[in-house]
Design a protein around this ligand. Sequence first.
Ligand code: MN
Length: 180
Amino acid sequence: TTEMPAPDPDRPLPTVSPLRILLAEDNKVNQTLAVALLTRVGHHVTVAGDGRAALEALEGGEFDMVLMDVQMPELDGLEATRAIRARETGDERIPILAMTAHAMKGDRERCIAAGMDDYISKPIDPRALHLAIAQLSGQRVSTGSPRRTAPPFDHAKALYHVGGDPEILGQLVDMFLTQS
Ligand code: MN
């Protein structure tokens, strides 16, 4: 269970050893942002553009965790998760972290019922993302000593300010990450 933590610029982000993460996300802006946030702390990210592509990626590769958007074409995150769980045998159970744009009452219950392990809401809060990943990984969380970090990136706000252009937002994200 991960509640959205309050933004605190003075606290370093929780980090864990590099993981192989499958990112199932259909929105290009969210893909760009999530990949930037994940690779920045050393994770290896493979992107799947919908639930069906995610299932194919899981068949063809080794992953430590899945970040699963709930709303996707072809196969949505809930359906994809049910399919993943149905395929698992014995003790294997890949951690699946749900991401959804609509933080509606009942979302968490639907995600957990489908077989997901935890849930974060979009726009992605970097601290909430890293904290949820750390908890799901089962690794000891390293936060190091307090240092200055950039404030959480409000991607919806940023997208608004770039007129909804994902390419420009991508450049903005790069600049944001370079500065922090
Ligand atoms: Mn989506």
